[in-house]
Design a protein around this ligand. Structure first.
Ligand code: ZN
Length: 332
């Protein structure tokens, strides 16, 4: 009897911190009317400099800081200054201005859509949210793009759009509902993308050994016996692997694509757009041919690059990857 089981998505660990204690009443770094963003930097010592910046673990940051009751440092930073540091970390600052402008609007909207005053901070400075390295992360081209789009956001009707982006979609962006098992979002249903073929990962091939796959899987799956094959049991509408079948010597199980990619490692398995799986009989390895890099939901960054090279502006790029949304002023 073949038993089928689904590996459920593991819940992300929650970062727990108690509410911030204000370091001082005045905050000289704020240059907009909006409340400062609160970026959790982590445990350690911070020291203020005379020029309105401060140092934390060898890096300089704009704005000010507070210390949470658990000792962690939170950077209070103006939204635009934050975006200036994020854009070059998330996209090459050597790319054309319209792509950097689209990335700026995405980074700004991402923050506003997630800020929650009831939490002790809004964001973490890593890929869990957006990569933020303070002043050393800034770059003149990216700052120019942030300034050119200052105060503009992506909206769907009256709400901030739920923004997602990844490096290269491989030819079709992914529906958020397929990637994350959430309710469908009209502007994140997935579109054909013909602009990202300049990416080095538009097409790729790689090999995984059966042994390394088996070693990545939860211990609860070892009951299937030695892994002998890997198959794609189901694809979603974009062509990505929705369900894998792991065939063991005793039994087989099915595993959700996103859980499988997380287990193998998102850098090892570049995307779920796996075009071909080849396994020669008795070979210890599985050969994969795939397309794209990342989850593929929302903005295809290499697609934004391609559209910009072809003459598109940031609003047209965003309208393509988030159909039905509009770029508007934040304060309106
Ligand atoms: Zn693409």
């Amino acid at each position: 009897v073949r038993r089928k089981a689904f590996l459920m998505l593991a819940a992300a660990p929650l970062l727990v911190a108690r509410p911030a204690r204000a370091q001082s009443d005045a905050d000289p770094a704020m240059n907009s009317a909006r409340p400062a963003l609160r970026v959790l930097l982590g445990p350690g010592d911070a020291s203020a400099a005379a020029d309105g910046t401060f140092a934390f673990q060898g890096r300089l940051y704009r704005g000010s800081f507070t210390r949470l009751d658990d000792g962690q440092i939170v950077n209070l930073v103006d939204l635009e200054a934050y975006v200036c540091s994020v854009v070059p970390a998330e996209m090459s600052p050597h790319w054309p201005a319209p792509a950097l402008e689209a990335q700026s609007i995405c980074a700004r909207t991402y923050v506003l859509q997630r800020s929650n005053p009831r939490r002790a901070y809004d964001l973490v400075p890593s890929e869990l949210d957006q990569v933020y390295r303070g002043i050393e992360g800034e770059s003149p081209n990216a700052t120019a793009a942030v300034n050119a789009t200052a105060g503009t956001v992506l909206r769907f009707n009256a709400s901030f759009a739920q923004v997602a982006y990844s490096s290269c979609c491989g030819g079709h962006t992914e529906a958020s509902s397929d990637a994350w098992g959430s309710l469908p979002i009209p502007y994140l249903a997935g579109v054909v993308c013909t602009s990202c073929s300049d990416s080095p990962y538009f097409r790729w091939s790689s090999s995984l050994t059966l042994e390394s796959i088996a070693a990545s899987l939860p211990a609860s799956l070892t009951s299937i016996g030695d892994l002998v094959d890997l198959r794609i049991a189901q694809r979603d509408s974009s062509g990505r692997a929705r369900v894998f079948e792991l065939v063991g010597r005793n039994d087989s199980v099915t595993v959700q694509g996103s859980a499988f990619r997380r287990a193998i490692g998102p850098r090892t398995l570049r995307s779920l757009l796996i075009i071909a799986v080849q396994h020669w009989p008795d070979s210890p390895q599985i050969d994969l041919e795939g397309g794209g890099l990342g989850h593929g939901v929302g903005l295809c960054q290499w697609g934004a690059h391609g559209m910009a090279v072809a003459g598109a502006g940031a609003p047209a790029i965003l309208a393509y990857y988030f159909p039905g949304t509009v770029v508007t002023d934040l304060e309106r």
